[in-house]
Design a protein around this ligand. Sequence first.
Ligand SMILES: NC(=O)c1ccc[n+]([C@@H]2O[C@H](COP(=O)([O-])OP(=O)(O)OC[C@H]3O[C@@H](n4cnc5c(N)ncnc54)[C@H](O)[C@@H]3O)[C@@H](O)[C@H]2O)c1
Length: 327
Amino acid sequence: MKKAELKVAVLGAGAIAGQHFDAIRRTDGFVACAVADIQQERAQAIADTYGIAAYSDYQELIRQERPDVVVIALPHFLHRETAIFAAEHGCHLMLEKPMALNVAECDDIMEAASKADIRILIGHTQHYMAENIHAKRIIESGELGEIVMINDVRHLNYYQDTRPQWFLEKDKSGGGILANLGTHSIDKIQWLMDSSVRKVSAKVSHHGKRGNVEGSGIIYMELASGLPASIAQSGYPGATRNETEIIGTLGMLKLVTGVSLWISRGGAYEQVDVPPMDTPFELQYKDLLSAIEAKSETSCPPEYARGVIAALEAVYRSAETGVEQFL
Ligand SMILES: NC(=O)c1ccc[n+]([C@@H]2O[C@H](COP(=O)([O-])OP(=O)(O)OC[C@H]3O[C@@H](n4cnc5c(N)ncnc54)[C@H](O)[C@@H]3O)[C@@H](O)[C@H]2O)c1
């Protein structure tokens, strides 16, 4: 017998919405019912593609459609408000990263979720990417010996004309390249090593041609396990790069997330054969569905994602004060 399908509504018809709809369509147990966007024509275009209802007011969508699951793919300053509204209407949540603007907002979301007894998966996609999962297995196998450091580098032109303005306004985004992409790196390092950030020092720069957020940053951090790690990100014009090196006493990994994985056992890097998997978004939906069915936590719960925001806040405090911060 076919499983009963849970109705899913997506708030936000922007850049990432299509990946959510494609994954919902491919996940047995979920069916898309509606989309909301204040830009009505965006909502309508998605509604026409997927044969669902379009709304411009997300509250009206939730009241009318009574979805089982709400996907929040909205600017960061709307995550708290929409997550609480959806939770109060009994909807489970697929909440895009970063969880919210700050730790206080994360706490508000967690309180509403706990009262409503709903499941939440925060969209930290790094946990669901084939190369990352394979790298974590190699680290855990001990093949690299003891891991002594991780260095993560990410550069891309953050100020491309197509970037929506809200990303570049601190009160709407929570920060610049570090809030948007740095949270992916913080998350990746914590998750790969199964240990949370304990200490950070950071320096940032503000030379963007638009907005008021940082355009680059360097972070030195230590995990609770004692492992040191660095994150360097530039959003100014230059060559695009996205590489994480995991260095052990017996060898090293070069992880090009979403693209490839390389290993050195003392010589040049050799490419690792990574078995193909479902897309990260499909894996996220399967994870959320299992948690709903089992009434258990998802494997990326709000408590974890709150820790990423706490680390980001510490990064900005350190950059402002010039003083190392402890979590
Ligand atoms: N997991 C990933 O790898 C990944 C990748 C990209 C984006 N994201 C995250 O997804 C979220 C959305 O990012 P995006 O790139 O799609 O942004 P976007 O700006 O392209 O889309 C946001 C949409 O929200 C709409 N919107 C704004 N206010 C609204 C309101 N009050 N009600 C309804 N709609 C409203 C906008 O009109 C826009 O269409 C962010 O949290 C972002 O960090 C995650």
